[in-house]
Design a protein around this ligand. Structure first.
Ligand SMILES: Nc1ncnc2c1ncn2[C@@H]1O[C@H](COP(=O)(O)OP(=O)(O)OP(=O)(O)O)[C@@H](O)[C@H]1O
Ligand SMILES: [Mg+2]
Length: 264
């Protein structure tokens, strides 16, 4: 069975796509089979994986609307360490057309179930809104990973995100949990960053990952070369940071599994 994580925050430009691409690559590197689902019509995770979003034959919209199977639509980009379901602007059509479907929030879950035995991890890069696509991701997911930039308004937006997650938990997916919050573009010399980070920890405790992603220009450059940082600049700070985060996620899961075994 795969573990499915939605990478979400309705605030724009906080590092969702950078986290989705680089965490996928790092988990893939640790020999875990990974699928990255680009669920954002901006298609940034697609471009960042070296796939031309205008030239893909099949993308998320075709799969969501039942025109092709997920397996037939998948891309297998070279040197990224994961498989990809691509996205482009056509995905906005899925938002509209899904409205007419009865089980409109269950579509992605049904689709991902078809490959659950093939991938250890499925990561979903969500758009910067709490729309029907993001709701599909929450219904399909075991957990939500929230990238957060430690700025003044950062915590405010989290309330709406948590409320939405709660509603999905109550109505569709009781298993859904906040997997963790990852601090992105972090600058330890900035007083506000440190303060917001402290508030975050006092409120969310160990839901805040110990691994911190620093502001690192190489991370911003890598997408224009269509490669995750692990392959573009393996010895950069950004590459180490995402490798650390992947290792922390794997360790946490190992610990959770052990405590489940003990309880049994
Ligand atoms: N740790 C980092 N250091 C430096 N630049 C970064 C870092 N993380 C992300 N960026 C840059 O910040 C911008 C926004 O990042 P990204 O696209 O990952 O955010 P997003 O949350 O996916 O945005 P959107 O809401 O539009 O989908 C990009 O230009 C990206 O390259
Ligand atoms: Mg994005």
């Amino acid at each position: 069975m795969s573990r499915v994580y939605a990478i979400a925050n309705q605030k724009g430009g906080v590092g969702k796509t950078t986290t989705a691409v680089n965490l996928s690559a790092s988990l893939g590197y640790f020999e875990e089979k990974v699928l990255l689902v680009d669920l954002d019509p901006q298609g940034n995770a697609t471009t960042g994986s070296g796939v031309n979003k205008q030239e893909v034959e099949w993308s998320g919209v075709d799969v969501l609307l039942g025109e092709v199977s997920l397996e037939d639509a998948l891309q297998h980009p070279a040197e990224v360490g994961y498989d990809l379901l691509a996205a482009n602007g056509d995905l906005t059509a899925a938002e509209v057309e899904l409205m007419a479907v009865d089980d409109r929030l269950l579509q992605l879950r049904k689709i991902l179930d078809t490959v659950a035995d093939k991938y250890k991890y499925i990561l979903i890069d969500c758009p910067p809104t709490l729309n029907i696509l993001t709701l599909n991701a929450f219904v399909a997911a075991d957990g939500v990973i929230v990238p957060l930039q430690c700025e003044y308004y950062a915590l405010e937006g989290l309330t709406a995100l948590m409320d939405t997650m709660e509603r999905v938990q109550e109505s569709y997916n009781p298993e859904l949990e906040l997997q963790g919050i990852v601090r992105t573009m972090y600058d330890s010399r900035n007083r506000l960053s440190v303060e917001v980070s402290q508030q975050l920890i006092s409120h969310f405790g160990d839901k805040v990952y110990d691994s911190v992603i620093p502001r690192n220009v190489t991370l911003a450059e890598a997408p224009s070369y269509g490669r995750p940082i692990l392959y573009y600049a393996p010895s950069s700070r950004g590459a180490y940071a995402y490798a650390d985060l992947a290792a922390e996620i794997l360790e946490r899961e190992e610990r959770e599994l052990k405590s489940l075994r003990v309880k049994k």
